[in-house]
Write a protein that binds this ligand. Structure first.
Ligand code: KG4
Ligand code: ZN
Length: 339
């Protein structure tokens, strides 16, 4: 008998629901919240309210698209954390009510584990089988930058992480300084296509081991632009493409260098990336190049599974379902990472 899991994701500013049949995706519906664009970043209070408005239509659409009846669902999986508490509460409460109403198990999912397990989603255009254990996964999102040694679906060890800001946050902040809209990562990526990545140089962090630091880079971009704007009011406008290309190249080279170090130290050549920044075109290009030069076996999630989505919650729920790792109605969300 197939297992049908509905996954619910509401950790930040995307309300998403997905239905999976065993490891095969049937639907993955996401409502993005446009409201934050006005503020240049996610406003937690507005995010919770938008989740409340979006959650029922999104769930309904996911079940309809999956072409199943809700009574066929085997379990409800939801993002327990980390994330914005108010946002998580909406998904958590809805998941509890749905599980109670349908009298099916409730499954707690860690958002960061889910980003990694997104590599196990089976869909029609999957290019190759999922990574083999052990593999390395560099998870890079708006809130996280960490290299994880993945020994099994639920045995994961963080071997390097940012000591301050995340890589995605650096993209977003750089964009904000340049007056570009939120989220900045995709905008910088788009402008960078017409720019020269060597046009401007920014100080790269020098952090020992496999840890990252991005706060110095953020400050160096801020001071550089402040000085240039004093000389020329239109500096950003005139150099937008070159600035975006140079900032992007700096961030991606920091990520690639640490990933190379991690591969060398562990001797692991199964290399995956996850999280919103894994949508970055230069990052993807560099990884594919490393596949040839470093003989890595590289795993890049499809765009729909890179940024926040419920398909990754559903697949993680599926693996937990197989282990009968169920939660009860006392489950509560958490804001900070636990892996
Ligand atoms: O995983 P995600 O959707 O949400 C979090 O859990 O944070 O990641 C969002 C982050 C944002 O910082 C966004 O700017 C970044 O991913 N991002 C990108 C690209 N697409 C999204 N960064 C660089 N290049 C992109 N193409
Ligand atoms: Zn995420």
């Amino acid at each position: 008998m197939p297992v049908y899991i509905i996954g619910i994701e509401s950790s930040c500013d995307d309300t998403s629901a997905a239905v999976i049949e065993n490891d095969r995706i049937l639907s993955n519906i996401t409502a993005n919240q446009e409201v934050h664009k006005l503020y240049g970043g996610v406003v937690p209070e507005l995010a919770s309210r938008a989740h409340q408005q979006n959650i029922i239509p999104v769930i309904d659409a996911a079940v309809k698209k999956a072409n199943i009846h809700k009574n066929q669902l085997s379990a409800v999986a939801f993002t327990q954390g980390p994330g914005l508490l108010g946002s998580l509460l909406v998904g958590t409460s809805f998941a509890k009510a749905l599980a109670l109403g349908l009298d099916i198990p409730l499954i707690e999912v860690d958002h960061l584990q889910a980003h990694i397990l997104a590599h196990f989603i089976r869909d029609d255009d999957r290019q190759k089988p999922p990574p083999e254990f052990p593999f390395l996964c560099l998870t890079v999102s708006g809130g996280h930058t960490q290299i994880v040694l993945v020994k099994d679906h639920f045995s994961m060890e963080v071997i390097g992480q940012t000591i301050d800001d995340a890589a995605g946050e650096t993209f977003d902040k750089a964009a904000k300084i340049m007056g570009l809209p939120y989220p900045g990562g995709p905008v910088i990526d788009a402008f960078a296509k017409d720019g020269n990545p060597g046009a401007f140089r920014f100080a790269k962090p020098d952090i020992p081991g496999l840890d990252f630091s991005f706060s110095g880079l953020k400050t160096s971009i801020l001071y550089f632009l402040r000085d240039k704007l004093r000389e020329d009011h239109d500096f950003i406008e005139k150099n937008k493409a070159d600035l975006c290309a140079s900032i992007q190249a700096t961030i991606i080279s920091v990520l690639m260098n640490k990933l190379r170090d991690a591969a060398q130290q562990t001797g692991i050549t199964e290399i995956a990336i996850a999280g919103g920044v894994s949508a970055n075109s230069l990052f993807r290009h560099e990884l594919l190049a490393a596949q040839k030069t470093m003989k890595w076996n590289v795993f890049i999630p499809k765009l729909a599974y890179s940024t926040d989505n419920a398909a990754m919650i559903a697949i993680t729920g599926y693996f937990k379902f197989l282990k009968k790792d169920f939660a009860d109605q006392s489950s509560a969300p958490y804001a900070r990472s636990v892996i």
